[in-house]
Design a protein around this ligand. Structure first.
Ligand SMILES: Cc1cc2nc3c(=O)[nH]c(=O)nc-3n(C[C@H](O)[C@H](O)[C@H](O)COP(=O)(O)OP(=O)(O)OC[C@H]3O[C@@H](n4cnc5c(N)ncnc54)[C@H](O)[C@@H]3O)c2cc1C
Length: 451
């Protein structure tokens, strides 16, 4: 079956598909076992749809801390969606808002709480890795957000000041000379905001580790088990998979950018799946590393609205990612690979001879207010969801899984954030959403080129 799934068009993400042929799949080794396809009939207190970080983390925390033994239903394999194919940047992010924008939107006290959630999500990633002894090549990398034009440096300098003064956080502004001397060269390195907290890791090994922890705690994780139909039978939910039915008292939806349209009315017209594309180069030679002055092991993003994200991998390859095509068209993705390689070479002319060994793409999930949402269906509090990480969900999705477990167990956490712990808003004219998406990309391209 094809890997070219389009959540706005197709009925579901497949059944038992292998992981995409990414650098991560090639280097993950054997993943821990799962419970195979869901059998003919299952009854459970909690069914979780989606076996990525959010679903596996929710399953782990439900079993480990709340005494609930949930059943995870994953269409393909554990970590098959974004969770096994992302850039491996676990960093502090909550939607798309900067510190200054959060303060402007919510006031200082709520913004501080949001920042604490971001910090807690990274603490949680570190704790999961330590508790589960997950060998996922994790390193304390830090994050540099690099000004891609000289005019963007002022905003980064201001952001560093806001983080220091409002949140008492040791962010730092690095000017262009310092950046070139001690971190990285290139034609688009005009200063940077340094966030000391960020972990670089192997995303698929991390997904495998959380799968192992969830099962060891008592959760069951069925793969090759897409939910293809959902009926309500009194207070019971009846989920149909290709092999049988799962009857559950509560259902958790954690399908993020891979959510098929039919799944549940609570999500209808609320999500915009957007493709993100990654290339991984062949290992750089020592001369190429010197030419680009690519000393840094920080995870890197830039100040574009259509941002690029990149990092030097442990074996000296460069992972470089950016937006993908609007729709996932077989045969057209090589254009995106070539485009990203040319953008990498514009940044670092010393990499002129570099070639690409791997490229792949996946669906990230945008919401109307550019924020993740952890909530339940308005007319049915037994249907929970957490999704919409806006492409930055490695740390937040794992943390959201933990918060969701509290909600499902009837013990919601005290530090709820109103903007996040609220229902999803619907997009108007959702069936035509790719028209405004195209216009948004054109506008962002223009803004990214201007001062
Ligand atoms: C190319 C790319 C690069 C990224 N890089 C980064 C990064 O460096 N840092 C960062 O913070 N974030 C990054 N992200 C985002 C991050 O990976 C996600 O936010 C996070 O993994 C979301 O996890 P999840 O469990 O919510 O969803 P997913 O991991 O996407 O899992 C959803 C799962 O639901 C399953 N599913 C869907 N429908 C059904 C159904 N009907 N029945 C059963 N199962 C179903 C799918 O098969 C899928 O496995 C990236 C994403 C992509 C695509």
């Amino acid at each position: 079956m094809t890997q070219n799934y389009d959540p706005l068009i197709d009925a579901g993400p497949g059944n038992g598909l292998s992981h995409v042929p990414s650098y991560w799949a090639a280097t993950a080794g054997e993943l821990p076992p799962d419970d195979g396809a869901a059998p003919f009939q299952i009854e459970t207190e909690v069914a979780i749809i989606g076996g990525g970080y959010t679903g596996l983390s929710c399953a782990y925390h439900l079993a480990h801390e709340h005494g609930v033994k949930p059943v995870v239903l994953e269409a393909n394999r554990a970590g098959w969606g974004c969770s096994g194919r992302n850039g491996g940047f676990a960093r502090m992010a909550l939607g798309r808002l900067s510190a200054e924008e959060m303060i402007g939107a919510w006031g200082i006290e709520t913004a501080k709480r949001a920042f604490e959630i971001m910090r807690a999500s990274l603490v949680n990633v570190r704790a999961l890795i330590a508790d589960g002894k997950i060998a996922c090549d994790a390193s304390e990398a830090g994050h540099l957000k690099i000004a891609h034009r000289a005019s963007r440096a002022t905003a980064l300098r201001r952001e560093a000041r806001v983080l220091q003064q409002a949140f008492d956080y040791p962010a730092q502004f690095i000017d262009a000379a310092d950046l070139h001397a001690h971190h990285i060269g290139g034609t688009q390195s005009h200063g940077a905001l340094r966030i000391p907290d960020a972990v670089a890791l192997h995303p698929l090994k991390l997904a495998g580790g959380v799968l192992r922890m969830a099962r060891a705690a008592g959760a069951t994780v069925h793969t090759a088990s897409p939910v293809i139909k959902w009926r309500q039978h009194g207070a019971e939910h009846v989920l149909t998979t290709p092999h049988g039915t799962v009857r559950a008292k509560s259902v958790v939806i954690v399908t993020n950018g891979y959510t098929p349209q039919f799944l549940h009315p609570a999500l209808r017209a609320t999500l915009l799946p957007v493709l993100s594309h990654i290339i991984v180069t062949r290992p750089l030679t020592p001369d190429e590393i010197k030419a680009a002055n690519f000393q840094t092991r920080h995870v890197l993003t830039d100040t574009r609205k259509l941002l690029y994200y990149w990092r030097r991998l442990p074996d000296d390859r460069i992972l470089f990612g950016g937006r993908g095509l609007i729709a996932d068209r077989p045969g057209r993705n090589h254009q995106q690979r070539d485009f990203l390689l040319s953008e990498l070479k514009i940044k670092y002319p010393g990499l002129e001879r570099v070639t690409v060994d791997y490229d792949w793409h996946g669906w990230v999930c945008l919401t109307r207010d550019f924020l993740p949402h952890i909530h339940h269906a308005l007319d049915d509090s037994s249907v929970h969801y957490a999704l919409g990480y806006q492409g930055s969900g490695v740390s937040l999705s794992l943390y959201a899984g933990q918060l969701l477990a509290h909600n499902v167990a009837g013990d919601p956490p005290a530090n709820a954030l109103p903007a996040v712990n609220s229902p999803l808003a619907r997009y108007p004219l959702h069936s035509l959403i790719r028209i405004p998406q195209r216009l948004m990309y054109l506008r962002y391209k223009h803004l990214d080129r201007s001062d």
